[in-house]
Design a protein around this ligand. Structure first.
Ligand SMILES: Cc1cc2nc3c(=O)[nH]c(=O)nc-3n(C[C@H](O)[C@H](O)[C@H](O)COP(=O)(O)O)c2cc1C
Length: 162
């Protein structure tokens, strides 16, 4: 099993691209969490925001990753209401028992709201269980190629140092 894996969820595809980029940079396999909640359109948008705000864990199709020997899991997600995405919360809860000794890192895609609240929300909800993040970064959709590639390089370097 590889030392590092990437696990992502997406609504509109940006996190899929991000997961592929960081996976390539780290030579790590990439797994998609299947999101079983209807999220398209206005109703889906509102539902997603409300579920994130309420810190819900929502139904997923688990990609069934084997975690033996894994040291780092890079979680990739869109930011909804400055929070950990509900399908990611479900995946963490299903695999909590296998994640002892594994360091988590978080990479997120958003429209550009300040990232500090997402990190604070992770710390408040998960750092006691999973420890502090080994690396953290948020990429706004509007970023150009150079900014994007620098953030991804810095994220990968932080992970390699951790
Ligand atoms: C329900 C919902 C809530 C969102 N909340 C935020 C937010 O608080 N801040 C922000 O910058 N972007 C927010 N966004 C925008 C997404 O984070 C952004 O479009 C992201 O790039 C989508 O990633 P995806 O294509 O992987 O789904 C929100 C989007 C949705 C659907």
């Amino acid at each position: 099993m590889p030392r590092t894996i990437v696990v992502f969820v997406t609504r509109d595809g940006h996190s899929r691209v991000l997961a592929a980029e960081i996976g390539k940079r780290l030579s790590a396999p990439v797994y998609e969490i299947g999101d079983l909640v209807k999220r398209k359109g206005f109703v889906g948008y509102m539902r997603s925001g409300a579920q994130a705000w309420k810190k819900m864990a929502t139904p997923i199709e688990d990609p069934g990753v084997k975690l033996e020997g894994v040291k780092f899991v890079v979680l990739v997600q869109p930011i909804w209401a400055s929070a950990i995405c509900p399908p990611i919360r479900t995946w963490l809860s299903i695999h909590r028992g296998e994640l002892g000794g594994v360091r988590l890192a978080l990479l997120a895609s958003n429209f550009g709201s300040p990232p500090a609240r997402l990190r604070a929300n992770y710390d408040a909800e998960f750092s006691e269980v999973f420890g502090p993040l080994a690396a953290f970064a948020v990429l706004a959709q509007r970023l150009g190629e150079r900014e994007r590639s620098k953030i991804i390089s810095d994220f990968a370097a932080a992970l390699e140092r951790a």
